[in-house]
Design a protein around this ligand. Sequence first.
Ligand SMILES: O=C(O)CCC(=O)C(=O)O
Length: 148
Amino acid sequence: MQDALGAECILGSFGAITALPGAEDQHVHRDHPFLFQDETIDTAMPAYAINVIIPLVGMDAGHGTTRVWPGSHRVWSEDKAKQLPSEDPVAPVGSCIIIDYRLLHAGTGNRSHQVRPILYVAFHRPWFKDYYREWFTGLITERRFTRP
Ligand SMILES: O=C(O)CCC(=O)C(=O)O
């Protein structure tokens, strides 16, 4: 991780995501909007954050996996990036999938009768603060604690 993000990289966030049996394909997304909103800079710069996806059951065509579009972190237009060939990695327990925050990806549907939990662990360069994820997880927390 230090080779990719520098010796001062930090553990920025972690959490769990569960795809229930019957869950459909997730929307295709990047983990964060492009940082500088400048095509030249955002597609040329080295990684500023990396997500490590850790399967707690095997990720495959049955349970579903994290579909990735290799190279899409260097393509500004999401429509164009989606035209790149995608890959559905088979990731057994004990392995992990490592993706640049800019990479297009999407959890695929869970066609099995088992839940598919994954852990994610995000590492950052020390100057990056993931306000986007804080906003997102804040919404979940808020909803959980304000419901009657
Ligand atoms: O469920 C998955 O396989 C991936 C989920 C994910 O990457 C996300 O929610 O950002």
